[in-house]
Design a protein around this ligand. Structure first.
Ligand SMILES: *Cc1c(COP(=O)(O)O)cnc(C)c1O
Length: 427
């Protein structure tokens, strides 16, 4: 696809680009929140993706089946509830570059992270450390710390936090490689993000896995900000497990059922796990026998029968990704993010510094923007944008994150954002 390189800050240019965008029809599949007579400039899909128009009907279908079929909807519903989680499996596997048996939609991200650590964080006296980044998402930090304590170790020595070594708070591949080399013999688990939520930095999953495996460490990824944003090849990366959520770039609604990946080589593992009846061998599940026999693959970590009303939006959203194709979305995303970065540098360099790496391969959709001046200046700009219907998000003390997402954002959104920043600076 030929996306533009000569970015201009005027609306007629943006309109022409949007009209020529081969993915432009996907925007009409989403509800774009309104701001007065206009549509919002919604740049917050990294935090909560917009609602696909098809989601409402999918939920109504389930309510109708429950109303008219009740228990029989498990087998006779339009989308029978019994095998429901398998209706999302193929598209989910496609989205994260996995084999179908390696993925499952279940629970929430933090719950899945704990379930995965039960099986894949098996500390010993010699090897019990967990390597994370210093500014890991709080939930991940709480989870690893509590797991360390649960096993009777002390986070003060068992939690290794790698500090950012680059000026804008990003971490170089070399620094990560050095940490793994230096501490590898005592690291039980490397838990790393696919995309860092504060800086938007993209990491090389395959490279990290290779380094860590060479040292005998288990590797898990938190892909909350990666899935639906950048292509990931989980199977090929060789990592042991991964977890992510579906309400950010995957547009499946607040608290949507999350995702989990377990590499094929662990499909029949005898590692310990926390078990529930939905993880039991599916052909034998309803014999209701006392001995737990896990279903091979990621399905074997399921605990409960799935929340159908929370899974229906995931099914709808993944079908949209399937039609759009992650490769095509990435091409558009690269062009839009480059365009936005370019306009920011050219038009409002006096207001904003871009913290996110400038190399296209080291970032996804998101740009993290540090507002020059004090915190008040930052809040004033953020409030000014919100009053214009331009929605990003605020991270203390002075960072605004914006993410033009390929499914529903337009060049016009980038142009309107930059224009509003400029208006604010000239107020
Ligand atoms: C969004 C996010 C979470 C959120 O966890 P939930 O269990 O879905 O509430 C956790 N970790 C990271 C890295 C995130 O970006």
């Amino acid at each position: 696809m030929n996306y533009p390189q000569d970015f201009r800050a005027d609306e007629s240019w943006a309109l022409a680009q949007d009209a020529a965008d081969p993915l432009c029809t996907f925007r009409s599949e989403f509800h774009i929140p309104r701001h007065g007579d206009e549509e919002q400039v919604y740049l917050c899909g990294n935090s909560l993706g917009l609602q696909p128009r098809a989601t409402r009907q999918a939920l109504l279908d389930e309510l109708d089946d429950w109303q008219s079929l009740a228990v029989e909807a498990h087998f006779r519903g339009r989308h029978p509830w019994m095998p429901y989680h398998s209706f999302v499996r193929d598209h989910l596997a496609e989205l994260v570059g996995a084999q179908p048996g390696e993925v499952v939609a279940m629970n929430s991200l933090s719950a899945n992270l704990h379930l995965m650590m039960v099986s894949f964080y098996r500390p010993t006296a010699e090897r019990h450390a967990i390597l994370v980044e210093k500014r890991a998402f709080p939930s991940d930090r709480y989870a690893v710390e509590s797991q360390i304590r649960f096993h009777g170790f002390d986070p003060a020595t068992a939690l290794i936090e790698l500090e950012a070594d680059e000026p804008n708070g990003t971490i170089s591949d070399a620094a990560l490689a050095r940490a793994i080399e230096e501490h590898g013999n005592r690291i039980a688990l490397v838990l790393w993000p696919g995309v860092q939520y504060l800086t938007g930095q993209v990491f090389d999953l395959k490279g990290i896995t290779a380094l860590a495996h060479r040292k005998g460490c288990v590797v898990g990824f938190d892909l909350a900000h990666a899935v639906g944003n950048v292509p990931v090849d989980l199977h090929d990366s060789g990592c042991d497990f991964a977890v992510w959520c579906h309400y950010k770039y995957v547009n499946s609604g607040p608290g949507a059922v999350a995702g989990c990946f377990v590499h094929e080589r662990h499909a029949r593992t005898d590692r310990p796990r926390f078990a529930g009846w939905w993880g039991h061998d599916q052909s034998l599940r309803f014999r209701m026998e006392p001995e737990f026999i896990p279903t091979p693959g990621a399905d074997g970590w399921q605990l409960s029968n799935p929340p159908i009303l929370a899974l229906a939006p995931v099914r709808v959203s993944l079908e949209i990704f399937h039609r759009a194709g992650m490769g095509r979305l990435r091409d558009k995303s690269k062009a839009m993010t480059a365009g936005l970065a370019h306009l920011i540098e050219r038009e409002v360099d006096n207001v904003l510094d871009i913290l996110t790496p400038s190399e296209p391969g080291r970032r996804g959709s998101q740009l993290s923007l540090r507002v020059k001046g004090d915190r008040n200046a930052g809040r004033s700009l953020f409030d000014h944008l919100a009053a214009q219907g331009i929605i990003g998000d605020w991270r203390e003390p002075n960072v605004i994150r914006v993410a033009p997402t390929a499914l529903y954002n337009r060049y016009m959104d980038a142009v309107r954002f930059v224009r509003a920043v400029k208006d604010w600076s000239q107020r």
